[in-house]
Structure formats: C-alpha cells, structure tokens
Design a protein around this ligand. Structure first.
Ligand SMILES: [Zn+2]
Length: 1007
C-alpha cells in the first residue's frame, strides 16, 4: 500500500533508508542473551532469543512483497571465521542458511539469507510477534573488535568488556543496530570462577555459583572455538559443538541480570573479570560532604560474586565502582571523591530535570586503556581508568577534567539513554546536552572552579579552532549509513553544540530553557526524538517562533566573525578616544574559506554582552542582539561622553564567534592585561589576543613575549595552563625554525616563496633561540617557585614539552636522578631553594626520558633502559613503547610505522601513545615521507578503529609537520583522491588548518 512496504536495498552497514523502513515495521523488541565467557577464549559464545513484533501488514496491491525481518550481523575483517551463526529458528521452525552464492529468493521454505552484513528472514515471518532463536560466536580481540580483552601484565588477570557505540553491537551478535529500535535486554553470563560481571541492571537474584555445572539438556552449547581448530570451522557453515568435558564444569559462575528498560543497542554493555568492587557509603541524598567509599574485602583467591543490591530507600541510588585488582589500591584514595561527584551530580541533575535517576542503579567501571574518556551505558558508565586514577600528580585542571567527565556521563543517563536521538545525524543533541549540563553541574558542585570560565577556555577555543577551518560541518550532520557515524564525533558536536545550548539558554532565558528541557525529557522518555522536537519545546516555553533561529544554528557550519570598531571622534576636551559608533559586523567565516559553506546568506540570531570600561574605573554591560547581521549601540554612546579605556565584545562569553578587538582596545589590553582582576575577563583577553595571532593580525612573538612577561605574576591555574598551550603552539609552529626546514625538504616545493623563512634545516634564528631560552627560564623558575603545587606541575609539564636547549636537557636529567623527588633547582637569579616542588610519578619519569630521546640526548637510551628495570607496571610498558617511537632514525620510524599499520597484536592505546613521539615536530624531515601514507590509511582506520582514532591519527601525522612542502603533500593527496569519503576529506581539511595557518602567519611575520 505504501512504498515503505518495499524492502529497501540491502547494503553493507545500516543505511538510513533501511533504518526508517525498519522502525515503521518493527516494535516491542527484546533480546534474551546467554553469554559464555571462558578464559583466553578467542571468541564470545552464546545463544539468544530475539522477539520482535511485525506491524500489521497493509499491502493491498497484487504481488505484495513478503514480510521480512532484517537483522544486522557484521563480521570483523580478518576475523570472519570467528563470527558464526548456527541453530537458527523462527517461531519454532528450524532454518538453514542460504549464502550469497545461492539463489537469493525462492529457496526452500525453511531458510534465511545472510547478505551484506545482514540476516534476512522471510520464511516463517508472522504478523505480530516473532521469536528468532540462534547460537553465535564472535571475536574477542585486543583491539579492533566490539568485545575487547585486556590482560593485565602485572598480575596476568584478564578483563573483557563490550563497547558498541555507534553500531558495533551487530559485530557481537545479531541485533537491530539502530538507535530508534530500542529494546529490552535480558542477560545471563557464565563466567570463569573468580570473575564478576557488571551490566546495565542489577543481578536478578538468579546468581549462582555452581560447584559442578551441568550442561542444559535442552539446547546444545554454542561452540567455543579452540584456536587450534579454527581451520576446521572455516570451511563449514556448521560449527563444531564443544563437548561438555572441554568446559571444566566445576569452575563456573553464572550471573543473571534483570531485564532492562527499552534502551538503544549502543548503550547496552557488560564487563567481566576479577574486579575489585567499591561501594558508596554515602548514598544519594545523604552525606553531601562526602563519606569514605568503602572497599569490599575480597581475598584474591576467593570466588567473587556481586551481591544483589537493594536501594535503602527510594531516595537512594545504588552505586558501585569496579576497578581491576592491580589498581584497587591506587583507586582507594580517590574513591570518596569519585562517589561524591557522582552522588552530587545525580542529585543536581534530578533537580534540574525534575526527573528521578532513570535507571535502577548506577555503576561505574574503570576500564584500562579505554578508547574514550567515558561511555554512558545505561546504568553502567565505563570510564577510562587513567582519567580517574591520575597517572601524574593532578593539577586543579585535572581535578576539573575528572569532575566534568563524571558529570558528562551522568547527564547522558537522561540525555542519550532515556531520550535518544533517532539517528546519528542528531548526535549533537546528546553530546551537546551532556557537555552543557556537565558545566552546569560543575558550577553547582564545584563552585570554586569558575565553570563558565573553564567552558570558555576549553569548549569555545576548541569549537572555534575547528569551526573556522574548511573541514567544519554543521552540528547536525547528514549520515546516510551508520558506517559513517564515527566521523560525526569531534569538536563540532562536543564543543560547538554545547556552545549553542549555552547561547540558547541566554537567548530564551534560563527559566524558559529549563521548562522546555523538562518537557522534552518527559515527552520522549524511553523513546527517541530529534532536534525539531526540542525546538518545539523551546517555542512552547518562550511563546516565540524559533524555527529560523534554530535552523541557523543547527544546519549552518562556520563561526561568526565579529569586529568591533571605535569610530573615533576626537572632541577637543577629551584626549582618549570616544566611542560614537559601536558596530559589530557579522562576517561568516574568514575568506577564503567561506566559499565552501552553503546557506551563508542568513545570519543566525544571537544575544551577547558588550563590556565598556571607562577611565573613571566604572564599567557597563550592554546587551546586543544579532538579528539582521549587524548591531549597533550608537545611540547609547553619543550622549555619554565619558572617556573609554576599552570595549570588550562577548563579555562573559554567552555569544559564539571570533570577536576581534578594535585596535585601541587591543592596545589597552596588551599593556594592561595583568592588571585585570576579573579572572574570567582576563582569560578572555588572552583568548582574544590569541585570536588575533591566529588571524595573522598580531605577531606570535609578541604574544609569547607578553606571556613570558606576565606568567610569573599569573596565579590562575587554568589560565596558566591554556596560556602555556598557546605559547607552545606559537613557538613550534608560528615562530620557531626548529625541528625542520619550514620550506620543506628535497625540493618538494615550487621554491619561489618569498615569504617563508630560508634558514637551513636545524638552524635556529638568534631571536627564536633567545625566546626559547627565556621561556625555559620562566618555566624553570615557576616549576620550583609558583605558589601552588598545581601551578608548579603545570609549569613542569610545559617545561618537559618545550625543553630544547642543552641546559634544559641537563636539568631534565637532574630531575630524573633525584629518585622521584623533584627538589627545587637553584634559579638563574640565584634565588633560594624552596622545598620539594612535587614528586615525580612513573609517567613523569617516562615523559622526561621521552623528551630526552626526542632531543637526541646521548644518555637517553641508557636512562630508558634503567627506568624499565625499576618500572614494570602495565602502564610503564606502554610508556616505554611510546618513548622508543621518539628515536630519530629512519630505521626506527620504519619499524614503528610497520607496527602502526600491520601489527595486529598492538592495542590501539599503545599506537595512540606512540604516534605522538613518532611525529615530534622536531623530526618532521624524518616523518614527512609518512604523511601521504598516513592519509592513505584513513579508510582502513575509519572501518576498523574506535571512534576517536582517526582524529588522533591525523592530529599526530599532520601535527608533526609545519612546512609548505607538507601542505603541498596534503593538498595533492586530496586532489588525487576525489573519491575519498567526504567525512575523511573534511577531517583532513580540519587538521591541515594548523599548517595552513602556520605558513600564513610565518609569511606575515618573517623573522
Ligand atoms: Zn558523551
């Protein structure tokens, strides 16, 4: 009766067309999973029961297509034989597989098709409920699979966890792997003894420890593949059944979990292994000051089973934290704070949303080498272990990062898990809200952090950095197939989307915004919604027509580019310039980038504040609104003839855009920045001067000089941290010659540039050398004498990153020699030694050695060898592997390149740790030959690696270069590969902006 009843083409991945068709056909989905985990088994084995209701079939035409149930089932390249399906039945009828070589239609009445990552059932499909049963196996790998095995190299313990986002559940077992086919999951896992399992719900009480396990009589167990027997399986669709005797039946636990509420496949998860379990003694609503997190005593040899947990009252939420055994002692000092942040976060969000925590319990699992900061599985957030147990002495910034991570994942329990986007084109909805709500929570729970100042320092800067490149996208990103969904993750959804929400709250008013958010959550709970649904609630709450306003933000790429101008009338009596006109022009994006952007004719609506500072010390905040593309405060000032010191657009950062200062205000800021008492304004001043550097208006050397002058007096830790990051960029890319010839090597250039520098490779101009030396002086002085430990650590880290002179190598070696205690060094001025600055931890020691290796220090190999003798932890092994990537020889780079691209046994986190030292900008001549090859690897990485890997890879390989030759290589690659996936093309353009800008800035300010 409708076109919809026609089955869409079955292409690999999950096409949006298939997803839309399926969500019109199917409902009431549930999965009952019985999983079997065995120690060191190369596969996950199990059986499952899929229930799905087929919609009433309304086809009235002749030759109606048959009803079909189409599941997603994808094999991992290189491991196809580990993914098996057997014993398939539908509604009680056994089905045999019909493979792609066989006729696709009209086979026997009892078969199903396997084609292009899908299982297609036509025979035996009923209107109403259908039950499909099957057995399966799927690979468990060190990297590159949805089920990951981590073997702790310290104690040999094994941990297994799932990570399905965005659409990898279908590589573990067959599912409808799209976010708007939510399902109830019921999980039962058999585990080796000594292991425990965590999943989305509480154990359901069926938890048993079998003294001796009897195999179920009704169904044969799915095969658990023996690696030695894999060849047998390759040739036959019938997998072998493992005999009961293979099963070591007396050593098995069974963990059963209560059925979940309807959730999307990407937020279903489990983790298993010999975890240590920590229990919150505080409970939500109790003990706001934070109580000691209690560690459950679990003798290492005993059988460890999680006990069933019952909330003490409706106000309490059960929270446990699971940590691998070898790290439990290190986590213990952090337990109370992590529980407090979680508890206070839940409490604030429940109040803000007017909605109780949506799931029956909230556990946290710390996963070693987790590829993201965290993942918000419903009721069971996974966090990267090193984001919680700091590998080095934490600064205030680190503490804030950890709190934000916890709040972000907690906010997702509502935004993402309870209300979910329909499709990954609206990924920004959940990520934008989680990040925005994380800062709102930070403001309440950690008021001393100055949340919105940090939001400016981290979110806004990163958003602008991406949004002003040719690789930017709208926050709403078209995704035709979920195989492209990973590319949607990046600064636009994580940084720009929350910036839009901050603007939306300011634009609508905080009360109306909150009313709308509450209504949105209630209306779409345990279902799916798109951005238009949110805008509807904004409109209802504010009684405004907001469609055009919202579309401007959601569908347009690019950052508004605003300049304010003094129109300086100079009256006789007043010497300082007087504002008679205040124009903010909205210019979309810098030329020449704007050409690539569609829909640029309509500006988006925005409200923001302008600060006017008068010479008598008074200040005034003036509201502005963009609606037509320009705004003017002209009338306000004509009658107000007070001399003005400076004007500062986007005061307090409600707006979104690059607001360059007018010349006079910029001069004032350059001269007076350190006298500004308002930390938030001061950090924005530094940011706006940096915008001027990036726009090639301000000489980067002037910026570094200003930083060198002011850093000794700057006491705000996060300002110090962001300032040092910019100084590093300026010195390495915009100013310095060091680390390679800025014109590139071996005549790759056309060679007629009159603008770039022409110093021979490795030589450093005199002015750059003194700039570096003076920066080192400041860093050395501050790492010993700054007021707080956090500041000293911040300066120390920057020193290690920027050290380049022979003197600084000597200092690094002294630090290392002092047995972990970094005693204060005598300063150049001979100032007195202070107490111990701070203690070096394992990672610090490796950071120092890595830097010495990169600098080619002759003692570095021996120092690394010595360090490896004393540091034997799991993490230490990863650090050592990464450090070696920094040896500057052709052979070494070739060896690592082979590891990065061909060694399947190296985990992603090892590669991610190593591609930084490999690509040190000091080795750009050595690594330039790998640039094009790194770009060629992208389609492969996109297919097989986790979400953020492509971004990191490009950041490292492009970030290792700064020359016009490198730029030419990237541009040639883009020209030579017109069929490259557009998302990858955009990622390259986003990253290469660093080199484009560096070339432009060096041309504008030649030394
Ligand atoms: Zn998130």
């Amino acid at each position: 009766m409708t076109a919809f009843s026609q089955i869409p083409p079955i292409e690999p991945g999950v096409s949006q067309e298939l997803a839309k068709w399926r969500s019109s056909q199917y409902s009431n989905i549930s999965y009952k999973l019985n999983l079997i985990l065995e120690k060191m088994s190369p596969v996950l084995g199990g059986s499952m029961e899929i229930r799905v209701t087929q919609a009433a079939y309304a086809c009235a035409e002749p030759n109606c297509p048959p009803m079909a149930i189409i599941l997603d089932w994808r094999k991992i390249p290189g491991h196809e034989t580990d993914s098996t399906i057997s014993n398939v039945s539908i509604n009680g009828t056994a089905l045999s597989p019909r493979f792609s070589g066989q006729p696709p239609e009209g086979g026997t009445p009892s078969s199903f098709d396997e084609r292009n990552d899908h299982l297609i059932f036509r025979d035996g499909v009923n209107m109403g409920e259908n039950v499909i049963k099957l057995d399966f196996t799927s690979p468990i790998l060190t990297s590159g699979s949805a089920i990951t095995r981590y073997v702790d190299k310290e104690d040999g313990a094994e941990y297994i966890y799932s990570l399905f986002v965005p659409s990898d559940a279908s590589t573990a077992f067959p599912v409808f792997d799209q976010p708007d086919l939510k399902a109830r999951f019921e999980l039962d896992i058999r585990l080796p003894s000594g292991w425990m399992a965590v999943s989305n719900t509480e154990p359901n009480g069926n938890l048993t420890q079998r003294q001796c396990y009897n195999l179920p009589p009704t169904r044969p167990l799915p095969a658990l593949l023996d690696p030695k027997k894999q060849n047998d399986v390759t040739d036959s669709p019938t997998i072998q059944i493992r005999q009961p005797d293979d099963f070591n039946p007396c050593n098995i636990n069974e963990a059963g979990f209560a059925e979940t509420k309807p959730i999307s496949t990407y937020v279903f998860a489990f983790a298993a292994g010999p975890f240590e379990e920590f229990t919150d003694a505080g409970g939500v609503g109790g003990n706001p000051s934070g109580s000691e997190g209690a560690q459950r005593g679990t003798p290492s040899n005993s059988l460890t089973l999680p006990t069933s947990r019952v909330s003490a009252s409706t106000a309490d939420l059960s929270t446990h934290i699971y940590v691998r055994k070898s790290q439990a002692a290190k986590f213990k000092p952090h337990a109370a704070e992590v529980f407090r942040l979680t508890r206070e976060g839940v409490k604030y969000l429940e109040t803000y949303f007017d909605y109780k925590f949506p799931f029956p319990k909230y556990d946290i699992v710390l996963v070693p080498e987790f590829p993201f900061g965290g993942m918000e599985h419903a009721g069971a957030t996974f966090l990267k272990e090193s984001s919680v147990i700091f590998p080095t002495e934490p600064t205030k910034s680190d503490q804030i990062s950890r709190a934000l991570l916890i709040f972000h994942e907690t906010a997702h329990q509502w935004f993402g898990d309870t209300v979910t986007m329909k499709w990954f084109d609206d990924l920004w909805l959940k990520e934008g809200f989680a990040e925005f709500m994380a800062y709102k929570t930070l403001e309440k729970v950690m008021p001393e952090a100055n949340a919105w100042k940090v939001f400016y320092e981290r979110n806004k800067q990163a958003a602008y950095a991406t949004d002003s490149t040719r690789g930017t996208t709208p926050i709403y990103q078209e995704i035709a197939n979920l195989s492209n969904a990973k590319s949607a993750y990046g600064n636009i959804v994580y940084r720009k989307a929350p910036s839009f929400l901050r603007q939306a709250e300011f634009y609508l008013g905080a009360d109306k915004f909150q009313t709308a958010v509450r209504a949105f959550l209630k209306k779409h709970e345990f279902a799916n919604a798109g951005w238009e649904d949110l805008v509807k609630e904004f409109e209802t709450a504010s009684e405004q027509d907001l469609n055009e306003w919202a579309k401007g933000w959601v569908k347009n790429p690019g950052v508004p580019f605003a300049t304010s101008t003094f129109c300086a009338l100079k009256p006789k009596k007043l010497s300082p310039p007087l504002i008679t006109s205040l124009n903010v022009q909205e210019v979309f994006a810098q030329q020449p980038f704007s050409l690539l952007r569609p829909n640029m004719d309509k500006p988006w609506g925005m409200k923001f504040n302008m600060l006017v500072a008068y010479s008598d010390g008074t200040r005034e905040t003036l509201p502005f609104e963009f609606s037509t593309g320009t705004a003017s405060g002209y009338d306000r000032y004509v009658n107000d003839r007070k001399p003005i010191l400076f004007i500062f657009p986007n005061y307090q950062d409600y707006g979104y855009g690059i607001f360059l200062l007018d010349d006079k205000s910029r001069d004032y800021v350059l001269k007076n920045i350190q006298n500004e008492k308002d930390d938030f304004l001061r950090t924005m001043m530094w940011g706006s001067l940096w915008d001027s550097v990036r726009e090639a208006e301000l000489d980067p050397e002037d910026y570094v000089e200003l930083a060198i002058k002011n850093l000794p007096r700057e006491n705000d830790e996060t300002i110090v941290s962001s300032l040092l990051g910019r100084v590093s960029t300026a010195i390495n890319y915009y100013v310095s010659d060091e680390g390679g010839n800025p014109r590139g090597s071996k005549g790759a250039l056309h060679g007629t540039s009159t603008t770039s520098r022409t110093l021979p490779t490795g030589r450093v101009s005199a002015s750059t050398a003194t700039l570096r030396t003076r920066l080192e002086d400041v860093l050395l002085d501050r790492l010993q004498h700054a007021a707080t430990p956090g500041q000293r650590i911040t300066f120390y880290r920057s020193f290690v990153t920027n050290a380049s002179t022979e003197r600084s190598r000597t200092v690094l070696k002294q630090m290392l020699a002092q047995a972990g205690q970094l005693a204060a060094q005598p300063t150049r001025a001979g100032s007195p030694r202070s107490d111990v600055a701070f203690t070096l931890r394992t990672k610090d020691k490796f950071d120092i050695v890595t830097r010495l290796i990169i600098l080619g220090d002759p003692e570095a190999p021996k120092l690394l060898a010595n360090l490896e003798k004393t540091e034997k932890s799991d993490d230490a092994k990863r650090y050592a592997y990464a450090a070696r990537a920094g040896f500057a020889t052709t052979e070494n780079k070739a060896k690592y390149w082979k590891d990065f691209t061909a060694n399947k046994d190296i985990s992603e986190s090892w590669i991610e740790a190593a591609f930084g030292p490999f690509n040190s900008v000091r080795h750009s001549d050595l690594t330039l030959p790998y640039l094009e090859r790194a770009l060629q690897e992208l389609p492969n990485h996109k297919r097989n690696r986790k979400i953020f890997f492509v971004n990191g890879w490009l950041g490292a390989f492009i970030g290792g270069q700064r020359s016009e030759a490198a730029l030419a290589i990237v541009n040639k690659f883009l020209a030579d590969n017109p069929k490259l996936d557009n998302d990858l093309r955009l990622k390259i353009l986003e990253n290469v902006d660093l080199i484009e800008r560096a070339v432009k800035i060096r041309a504008r300010f030649p030394k």
